[in-house]
Design a protein around this ligand. Structure first.
Ligand code: ADP
Length: 320
């Protein structure tokens, strides 16, 4: 079967993760290099799950940038939409693992190459060939990547792609919470599929109670599917005609990084060739069970990209 192309737009970076937790960045005895960036994770998730995948974004023309481009390529993700900036360097995140399991980030982005993608540099031919165009990153924050983001969305939409959005709110990256909310809401009514986490729902609505009413307050007329991910409680889904919950799989989670991206990758891989799932609750629930399985598997291994499952892993997991 010849699947339609899923294009993911946004940033890709390297997380430097300390080899021990509970110490400051300066005291860490060593770091592991973990490639990440939500849109890039989604691009790889799609490809591992058998979908046709491309990534659009900008990397530094440095060792890290070429390493990341290599990782996309190894994973079967089309790199024709990748630009390399001659001056700025690849984005980096330095992680502190706190004793309570929380993570703190320090970013190298002043500016990093991903922020310098211009509208003129976009590979429009590639974007026009997308059947699904997925975005969800901090590329809304500053120019010129903000204009590139808006143009890419428009071009994909005009060419008939289904637009999929995951705000991926990482508040420390935004100038202020107000600006984050404003910028996210400025593109809210363009997407036909939106995935938010329960925390993002709380942030965007200002509601403390994460219920159907809070979710539906974010509904807009172009929307076909709204998903609220709930970690080990699964996800809630909302369409124009029905809504409900799909429970999570019980697993021993060791690192939840990338679970949401794995979930989205699975969802898009299934939707790209069959939009009827958006109107058929039975089909949608089956799809979301698959997506929850992908999310669950991803939590059982360390890191995001190394933990993204292949089709056969998911089938094995679902048979157990
Ligand atoms: P996000 O990155 O959006 O916050 P979540 O952490 O909610 O994403 O994870 C996405 C999906 O992955 C969830 O809907 C769930 O199905 C699955 N998942 C996440 N954490 C766990 C967990 N601890 N146990 C089982 N499944 C999980």
């Amino acid at each position: 079967e010849d699947g339609g192309l899923i294009v993911s737009f946004g940033e890709m970076l390297i997380d430097f993760v300390p080899t021990v937790s509970g110490v400051s960045l300066a005291e860490a005895p060593g770091f592991l290099k973990a490639p990440g960036g939500a849109p890039a994770n989604v691009a790889i998730a799609v490809s591992r799950l058998g979908g046709k995948s491309a990534f659009v974004g900008k990397l530094g023309d440095d060792e890290f940038g070429h390493m990341l481009a290599g990782i996309l390529k190894e994973n079967g993700v089309c790199g024709e939409g990748i630009n390399f900036d001659k001056g700025a360097r690849t984005a980096l995140a330095f992680v502190t693992l706190k004793a309570d399991g929380d993570r703190e980030f320090m970013f190298y982005r002043n500016p990093s190459a991903d922020m310098l993608l211009t509208p003129d540099e976009l590979n429009l031919e590639l974007i026009r060939s997308a059947k699904v165009f997925h975005y969800g990153s901090i590329s809304l924050i500053v120019e010129p990547c903000r204009s590139a983001h808006l143009k890419a969305m428009e071009v994909a939409k005009d060419a008939g792609a289904l637009l999929s959005y995951d705000p991926n709110l990482r508040l420390p990256l935004w100038p202020s919470p107000e600006e984050a909310r404003e910028q996210i809401m400025s593109i809210w009514d363009k997407a036909e599929v939106i995935k938010v986490s329960d925390n993002e729902l709380e942030f965007l609505t200002g509601c403390e109670k994460i219920d159907d009413e809070a979710a539906m307050s974010l509904w807009h007329p172009n929307l076909k599917l709204l998903l609220v991910t709930l970690g080990d409680k699964g996800c809630n889904y909302y369409t124009k005609n029905f809504h409900g919950t799909v429970g999570a799989f019980a697993v021993k989670a060791v690192d939840t990084t990338g679970a949401g991206d794995s979930f989205v990758g699975a969802l898009l891989t299934k939707i790209v060739d069959d939009h009827s799932v958006l109107e058929d609750e039975g089909k949608l629930k089956e799809l979301l069970r698959y997506a929850c399985a992908c999310g669950a598997i991803t939590t059982t291994k360390k890191g995001a990209i190394p933990a993204l499952p292949t089709v056969s892993e998911v089938h094995g997991f679902l048979k157990e």
